[in-house]
Design a protein around this ligand. Structure first.
Ligand code: FES
Length: 64
């Protein structure tokens, strides 16, 4: 699913950036993918994806 139409960035690209590159907030994500620096309408959804991915990651780590 596309989150950022301006840059053609999908939710899985954002999840990957969080998991593999340790992106933890919008500022870092913006610096890495460019997302959010055009119209900005994707920022809220991107932030949600960062948050859910981080929560999912830490749950996984606690189990493992
Ligand atoms: S949809 Fe992401 S900057 Fe426009």
């Amino acid at each position: 699913m596309f989150v950022c139409m301006c840059y053609g960035i999908t939710d899985s690209q954002i999840e990957k950036a969080v998991r593999e590159d340790g992106i933890g907030n919008m500022r870092e994500l913006k610096a890495k993918l460019g997302l959010g620096s055009q119209c900005g309408s994707c920022v809220e959804m991107a932030q949600d994806i960062i948050d859910t991915t981080i929560v999912g990651e830490s749950l996984f780590k606690n189990v493992g």
